[in-house]
Design a protein around this ligand. Structure first.
Ligand code: M6R
Length: 606
């Protein structure tokens, strides 16, 4: 939530900062702002394009900081937009995170005569840093002294009018990436806006700060010990952060799913052994053999991926699994029974509630396993072991390719565990073989996206939807409903089809359609009965069914077909038409599907 960017070098900073903010907009887009050394500060309400209009073309400064905001303290307004300054007005801060004790600090500062312009927690931080800088005469010392008073999370960049070439950045709980190039240095909340300029990236660790000028950088711990850290080559193709001819990142990212499936399976599928090769788990085999209970945690789509993961692990490895929302699990007491492993699913690897679960589990001595997409993220670093998704950067706010990659990674994990726990070579090889075929099958669904667009047009007049599924597609129903809610603002409820008669069927009538996820698998007969029940109550039904199923044409009003596959893999295929259905509905309703209102991609606050 919130994106920060900073630059110091020899080029004009304004275009670099604005370009970077556009790449970070997925983290928040309520307002944005920049401070450019020697030129001043500019802020605007709404998307970064509004800020662009406000910056004069002759702004020449070669260093600056910028911010795109997802409001936490104080409503979206120009006054609350970052950068914020200190009491004297000469020190500037951009901040991603939350200062939990800001009210107490603000009251203290007010008592000392400070006045505040905004309602934000960040302005308090700016005042504190400014005050300590004035007292100590050294910006780094002042920064650390100020941070000693702060409780909460932050990734910050700081500049002072009297040090026009210098940027200080610090991290506690919110990521900071530093990009290194000859005579130019960049800071951002993630690497996406940096890779256009450099692929030499280093990530600050918790409790570290860096002093950066156009001549170099130094990283220190908060106790001022120099950390000898070098950047690493990221090696990401540039086009991962471009729309590549598509109107939206969301569509581009759905179209990338076949490549993502190939990438996340590359070098990991062992056909002869009927298993998966997962480097991040190999030296943990003795532990994994002893696990007798798995808890999966995640938020939003990651939680729904966890619902599928539960069945995969139970079916393939025979280990009982519970799935928990990160925001619930972290606040409950837990009794550790037997050998439990906590699996945390997170695209960003920065979701505050999921990260808190990792820390809580570790405190209890429970081993943690990350299913994470963003390499080097907090959850990736703090878990004991893990499986990367290899989906590449996802810039659309809605999880699409990342969700599919979570399903794939959970499948590989379940396969790996299964082969340690009695899954036969033949069973494993059957799944591996089918995993190899999946990219082609997804390409086939994508090739028929016109049909999905047409169906979205047909259903455009409805304001409420029910999504139902069972077993492996129980989670798919919830995920399909979430996609429609978040990008098209249409009321949609996910439900286990078996639960329908316990309540939701009361809502069904001619103006309340149902999307039924019903591939030809062990649940098909039961799903068919549920669809009959809906039709008997005049409900319109859009079925997601397996190619070759012709009887469904008489049963449902509309059908979107997916290729045949193994039951455990149907969620991967069934999700694609649901993502496209939500995408086209959102676009047809005139919404910016890449930047849904009120949302941010990475939920780094509770
Ligand atoms: O980065 P994470 O996977 O931890 O994010 C979890 C959720 O915030 C995320 O899946 C969210 O629900 C998306 N908006 C779904 O499209």
């Amino acid at each position: 939530m919130c994106g920060i960017i900073a630059y110091t070098g020899f080029r004009r900073a304004a275009p670099i900062l604005l370009d970077g903010l556009r790449m970070l907009e997925y983290r928040g887009y309520d307002s944005s702002g920049v401070y450019i050394a020697g030129d001043g500060v500019y802020r605007a309400l709404g998307p970064v394009d509004n800020l662009v209009q406000k910056i004069p073309v002759d702004v020449q400064g070669t260093a600056g900081i910028g911010h795109t905001r997802w409001a936490t303290h104080g409503q979206p307004s120009e006054q609350n937009a970052h950068p914020h300054h200190d009491q004297q007005g000469g020190l500037w801060v951009v901040h991603n995170g939350i200062i939990e004790n800001y009210a107490e600090l603000r009251a203290e500062l007010v008592a000392e005569g400070h006045t505040f312009i905004s309602e934000t927690d960040t302005e308090v931080l700016a005042h504190l840093i400014g005050m300590r800088y004035e007292e100590t005469g050294d910006l780094a010392t002042g920064l650390v002294r100020a941070l000693e008073r702060v409780r909460g999370t932050y990734g910050i960049a700081v500049m002072a009018d009297d040090l026009p070439d210098t940027i200080l950045t610090a991290r506690m709980g919110s990521p900071i990436a530093i990009g290194v190039k000859d005579g130019e240095y960049f800071v951002a909340s993630d690497a996406a806006p940096l890779i256009r300029h450099t692929q030499q990236i280093l990530y600050l660790e918790e409790g570290e700060y860096a002093v950066i000028t156009s001549e170099g950088y130094d990283v220190f711990s908060f106790t001022h010990e120099r950390q000898h850290r070098s950047p690493e080559l990221l090696d990401l193709p540039l086009d991962v952060v471009e729309k590549g001819g598509h109107p939206h990142f969301m569509l581009k990212e759905i179209m990338e799913v076949p490549d993502v499936l190939e990438n996340s399976a590359r070098g990991r599928l062992l056909l002869k052994e009927g298993s998966a090769k997962l480097g991040g788990l190999e030296d943990q085999v003795p532990f994994l053999r002893t696990v007798d209970r798995v808890v999966i945690v995640g938020c939003g789509s990651a939680y729904y991926a966890g619902l599928v993961g539960k069945l995969l692990i139970e079916d393939l490895a025979g280990i009982p699994v519970t799935v928990e929302l990160g925001s619930e699990y972290r606040h409950r007491p837990h009794r550790v029974v037997g050998t439990t492993a906590l699996v945390v699913v997170s695209q960003s690897g920065e979701t505050a509630d999921s990260l808190a679960c990792v820390r809580e589990a570790k405190r209890m001595g429970v081993k943690t396993i990350g299913i994470v997409n963003v390499v080097g993220s907090s959850i990736a670093r703090e878990t004991d072991m893990g499986v990367y998704n290899h989906a590449g950067p996802e810039l659309g706010v809605a999880s699409t390719k990342a969700y599919v990659s979570q399903l794939e990674a959970l499948m590989l994990f379940a396969l790996f565990l299964g082969r340690l726990r009695g899954l036969s070579v033949a069973q494993g090889a059957g799944l591996v073989c089918e995993l190899m075929r999946l990219p082609e099958k997804v390409r086939d669904i994508l090739a028929h996206r016109d049909k999905i667009q047409h169906i979205a047009e047909e259903y455009l007049g409805y304001d409420d939807f029910l999504f139902i599924g069972r077993s492996y597609n129980f989670g798919t129903a919830y995920e399909g409903a979430l996609k429609l809610k978040e990008v098209a603002y249409v009321h949609a409820e996910g439900y286990g089809a078996g639960e329908m008669k316990h309540g939701p069927i009361a809502m069904i009538d001619e103006i309340f359609p149902t999307v039924a996820i019903m591939p030809s698998d062990s649940m098909y007969e039961k799903m068919r009965s549920n669809v009959e029940e809906i039709r008997a109550r005049k409900g319109r039904v859009l079925a997601i069914a397996t190619e070759g199923n012709t009887e469904i044409l008489a049963l449902a009003d509309d059908v979107l077909y997916i290729p045949d596959t193994k039951e455990a893999l149907t969620p991967i295929l069934a999700t694609i038409p649901l993502q496209l259905f939500a995408y086209y509905t959102g676009v047809l309703r005139g919404f910016n599907v890449d930047r849904p209102r009120n949302l941010a991609k990475s939920v780094t606050v509770e």
